[in-house]
Each structure stands twice: as C-alpha cells, then as structure tokens.
Design a protein around this ligand. Structure first.
Ligand SMILES: [Zn+2]
Length: 423
C-alpha cells in the first residue's frame, strides 16, 4: 500500500472512494437523462448521448424499472431491424414479429433465435453478400469487424462473418468498457498501461479508447513483433502498473504457442516478481478465455487485482467481474455480472419446444441482443458460448444476474438445429 496525494487514504481505499463518487455522480446523471424524455419507457436509444452507456448506475437500478426501459429501447431497435436490416427484412420467421407488442425483455423467448450455421443459418448467405448484416438506414462510415471464425465443420470453420460498426458504436462500447468494467476492476487514472491485444481487432481498439476515457498516464501497445522478453523489458522501462492480456497462449497440437500472442501466463512464468504487492504491476485485465485456476491462485497469493469481461466482436461488453466491492461478493474472476445497455446478454435453454431463460444453477446458450447500435443489429443471436447462471443476488449491490463457467459450445450442432429458428 502506498500513500496517495490525498495523504490519509491508501491506494486501494482511494480506488473504492473514486468508484463510489463516480457511482453517485452517475446516478444523478442517469436520472437527468431519463427525465428529459416524456416517457422513459419508450426511448429511442439512437437519441441518447454516448455517455449514457458508460453510466455505472444501470447495474444498481431497480429491476422492474430497468426492464421497462430496456424493453422500450428494444422496441425501437426491433422495429428498425425489421425495416433496415436485410437479414431480418427477408426472414419468413420475422413476418409475425410485432415490435409494438414488446413490453418486457422476458418476451425475448418469443423472438426467433438467430443462428449462423445449419439449414437456417446466415453464414453462407453473408459470406457471399456481407451487406446483408449492414443496416440500410445509416449513411456513415462503418468498419466490418470479422468474427473469430468458429464453425461446425470444414465448410464453416475459419469462415468469418462481419459485424458492421460505426465510430459512434465504438464510442458507446468503449465508454461502457471504461466505466462499468475497468473502473470496478480497479483501474485508475494514475496507471501506466500495457496492452497485449491486437489493435486491429475490435476488442483491442476499444481497450485503447477505454483506457483513454479513464485518463490513464501511459498506453503502451505491444507490437506484433515484440517477444516476451522485449515486452518485459518495456514494462520495466515504462513502469507499467496495469495490463490487458489473454490468460494463456493458444497451443497447437504439439503444445507450442501459436498465433504469436503474448499471454499473461507467458509474462508471469518469466518474471513473477513484476506482479502483485511486491512488484510494479498491480492490476490485470485478463479475458478471451476463462481465467485458469492457476492464474486466480497466484493473483490471490500476490494480491494482484485481476478481473475479466465477456466480449466478442459482435458485442462488447456483455458481462464483467469486479475487484472493488465487499469481500463476500460473488462477482469475482470468472463470475461476471450481466451488463445491460448498450447490449443485452441472456442465458437461455433452447432444448425444449420453446426457449426459456435459465435459472440459477442451470446452463444454457448465451444469446446476444444489441440495443443501441448504428451497425449490425443482433437479436437473440446464439454466438457459440455456453454459460451457467450462478445467482440473481450479489452483495456488491448490482441487480443483474451473475453468470459463470462460460465456455465455447462443444457441440456446435446444437446451435443450428431444432426449435424456433431464424429463416
Ligand atoms: Zn456483484
């Protein structure tokens, strides 16, 4: 612990203090924004300032009130999707979808599930015409960020599809990442940050913007050609105090690292003394895959602040774990609170005749729904991840469910068969 410019507060206490101040300010600001609308249950998300999506107050809001606000916004997005997104406009399954009847996010179970593969999947169509995923009503510059390329067979693996993203979309998502993921994760203004994610990917780009929103002192990007040893040298040279990295490098069949990434594990294995209470690196944002038990254990041993966020090129952020909060909270490491606005993540069981929301203890598919976006609107999109609902209650005070055990679907065929589907 070190003394801060404020004298009486230690570093961690200062972080908690800053977080509580921000939360209080955000509650006032969110109320002001919502009160500026004649009917807060019928807001067109397109009309809201980008700062709205970075407000911490969303997570702590009354459940019923939040659900009505979300449903009101989604009514607008659903109507727009039917009109301006070719993929829904041309869908037979969407003919009977009536946006005006949508009053609660619980009704998502009545909307067709969007799948990429199988008979009703969009992959093949979109591969030959990527504009099918681009809304026709926005004449702004958009970047087609390509997906990771998960698939079900030789025809689909590695065949990426685009998510069209505008400049304003990047702003919306990076504000949410900064103030609703990084701030509760203990990132601060004083930090000197090193980024190990690829800046050509949407996640890397948004991490950079989010670090800028927080007002950090240094943003040091790892160049693709930098080796682990060079990275450690630069971390030392620039006095890096926080970083973002994947937990472990993906391995090829022989166990060698592939893809040229430098992971948290690679860095720690070479120079453990750099991390935690005795080292200079105090905080780590580790995401991409589940944080392994070994990394969690060493974070606990060394008092390293460690947290994770669920995100994909299709939607960032969907859920996050925390560093700040009561020790009894459950939203730590791989247990993450769902974050509503600018998107909506749901864990649904699709094995029955009708999809249904999973209850605590149950595992289901993660479905992504975008609420506020200029670019590609995803609705009930089965992105290819599974998750378990851990609890609907947490002592940190957030009122959203905590999910965990997030993993890639190992039987992707399930993503493309049975039930009520997009067509
Ligand atoms: Zn919590």
């Amino acid at each position: 612990m070190q003394e801060t410019a404020f004298g009486e507060l230690h570093a961690d206490e200062q972080l908690v203090h800053d977080f509580e101040m921000q939360r209080a300010r955000d509650e006032v600001r969110l109320r002001e924004i919502l009160d500026s609308y004649p009917d807060k249950n019928n807001i067109d998300p397109d009309t809201l300032p980008s700062e709205t999506w970075g407000l911490l107050a969303w997570e702590f809001m009354d459940l019923g009130l939040r659900d009505r606000i979300l449903a009101g916004m989604f009514r607008h997005s659903l109507a727009r999707a039917k009109k301006a997104m070719p993929i829904y406009e041309q869908s037979l399954a969407y003919v009977d979808v009536c946006p005006e009847l949508f009053e609660s996010m619980e009704q998502l179970v009545q909307i067709p599930v969007l799948v990429k593969d199988g008979l009703h999947g969009f992959r093949q169509k979109v591969r030959s015409n990527p504009s099918l995923l681009r809304p026709t009503d926005k004449a702004v510059l958009m970047t087609p960020y390509l997906s990771g390329g998960t698939g079900i067979d030789n025809q689909t693996v590695g065949k990426s599809t685009p998510t069209w993203i505008s400049e304003r979309d990047l702003e919306r998502e990076s504000l949410a990442l900064a103030f609703r993921c990084f701030l509760p994760g203990g990132f601060s203004k004083a930090m000197k940050f090193m980024n190990f994610y690829n800046l050509a990917h949407k996640g890397g780009e948004e991490i950079k913007r989010a670090i800028n929103h927080l007002g950090a002192q240094v943003f040091l990007p790892r160049r693709p050609e930098d080796s682990v040893e060079q990275c450690l040298e630069y971390m030392d040279l620039f006095g890096i105090t926080a970083l973002a990295a994947v937990p472990q490098s993906p391995r090829d069949k022989k166990g060698a690292p592939k893809g040229g990434a430098v992971s948290f594990d690679d860095l720690y294995a070479r120079k453990a003394e750099l991390f935690g209470s005795k080292g200079t690196v105090k905080s780590a944002f580790v995401t991409g895959f589940a944080i392994p038990e070994s990394v969690i254990n060493l974070a606990q041993r060394n008092s390293l602040n460690l947290f994770s966020t669920w995100g994909a090129s299709e939607a960032i952020p969907g859920a996050t774990s925390t560093v700040l909060g009561p020790p009894t909270r459950i939203c730590k490491y791989n247990n993450q609170h769902l974050l509503y606005f600018p998107h909506y993540l749901a864990v649904m069981d699709l094995t029955g005749a009708q999809p249904r929301f999973c209850q605590p203890g149950e595992e289901g598919l993660l479905l992504v729904t975008t609420i506020a976006r200029d670019g590609t609107l995803f609705i009930n999109y089965a992105i290819g991840d599974r998750a378990t609902v851990i609890s609907n209650h947490c002592e940190c005070g957030r009122t959203t469910p905590v999910i965990g055990k997030i993993r890639r679907e190992d039987n992707p065929g399930e993503l493309s068969s049975g039930g009520c589907r997009y067509a």
